[in-house]
Design a protein around this ligand. Structure first.
Ligand SMILES: C[S@@+](CC[C@H](N)C(=O)[O-])C[C@H]1O[C@@H](n2cnc3c(N)ncnc32)[C@H](O)[C@@H]1O
Length: 217
C-alpha cells in the first residue's frame, strides 16, 4: 500500500511548537489527500478491527468513560457506538476540535482542545491513545504518560508494535513505530493486545495494548 509521508524525509516547514506543527500538518493535509485528514491509519480499512473490538473491550473491563486523545477527525470513531456514559475527544488542533464539536457533538460526546503533554486532562476510566505517542519525541512521550497518570484514569489503551523493533527518537510531528515493551519504555506485558491486522507494508505488527497506568514506568 505505501504512503508518501511514511517514506519521505521530514519536511522543514513542520516547525515551531507542538501545536503549530500539528496544525500545519492538518492545514496542509500532509497525511492526505486520503479519506481521513488524520492519515492512512485512520481509514475505515485500517480501523476495521478496532471498530469491532473496542465496544467489547470496554464492556469486559467495565469502562464507563473514555478520553480519546488524540481523537483526530473522528473518521472511523463516528461509526462506533461505545457502551459508555461519556466520551471525550481531545486534540491539539483547535480547528479540528471545533469541526468535531459541530459535526459529532452531543450530550454524552464532547470535544476539548487539549495537549496530551501539558493540558490538565479530564478524569475518565480509560485513556485511548491511538496513533498519538508515535508522533512525539521521547521526552514528550514520558510527559504525556505522566499526564495520563495524573488524570486519574485507570487504564491506557495505546498503539504499540509487537515486532522485534529497536525504538528510536524523532522530531515532533514525524512518525515511527514504537514497541512499548522495548527500551527506553520497557512496559510490562499488556493486559490485552488487539492486533489491528494493519495492511500497510512493514507494519503488520501494529496493535493496541491495554495497560493499567499504575503499572507503567
Ligand atoms: C494520526 S492522528 C490519529 C487520530 C486518531 N487517534 C485515529 O486513530 O484516527 C494523530 C493526531 O494527533 C494529534 N496530536 C498530536 N500531538 C498531540 C498532542 N500533544 N495532544 C493532543 N493531540 C495531538 C494530531 O493533531 C492528530 O490529529
Amino acid at each position: 500500500m505505501g504512503h508518501d509521508y511514511l517514506e519521505q524525509p521530514f519536511p522543514e516547514w513542520i516547525e515551531g511548537s507542538t501545536e503549530e506543527r500539528f496544525t500545519r500538518i492538518y492545514e496542509r493535509r500532509f497525511w492526505g489527500p486520503l479519506e481521513s485528514s488524520s492519515g492512512p491509519g485512520s481509514s475505515l480499512e485500517q480501523a476495521r478491527v478496532i471498530m469491532e473490538m473496542l465496544p467489547q473491550l470496554l464492556e469486559e473491563f467495565d469502562i464507563r468513560s473514555v478520553l480519546d486523545i488524540p481523537c483526530g477527525d473522528l473518521h472511523w470513531m463516528q461509526h462506533v457506538e461505545l457502551p459508555v456514559e461519556e466520551y471525550i475527544g481531545g486534540d491539539i488542533v483547535g480547528e479540528l476540535v471545533t469541526r468535531n464539536r459541530e459535526q459529532f457533538g452531543r450530550s454524552d460526546r464532547v470535544f476539548l482542545h487539549l495537549d496530551m503533554i501539558s493540558s490538565e486532562l479530564p478524569k475518565t476510566d480509560l485513556v485511548l491513545c491511538r496513533d498519538g505517542l508515535v508522533h512525539l519525541r521521547y521526552e514528550q512521550i514520558w510527559e504525556a504518560l505522566a499526564n495520563f497518570k495524573r488524570s486519574g484514569a485507570r487504564y491506557l489503551l495505546c498503539t504499540t508494535f509487537t515486532g522485534d523493533r529497536e525504538n528510536r527518537d524523532i522530531q515532533t510531528g514525524d512518525w515511527r513505530p514504537l514497541n512499548f515493551q522495548n527500551p527506553p519504555f520497557s512496559f510490562p506485558e499488556s493486559i490485552r493486545l488487539i492486533d489491528e491486522h494493519c495492511p500497510e507494508e512493514g507494519f503488520g505488527d501494529k496493535a493496541l495494548g491495554l495497560w493499567e497506568l499504575a503499572a507503567l514506568p
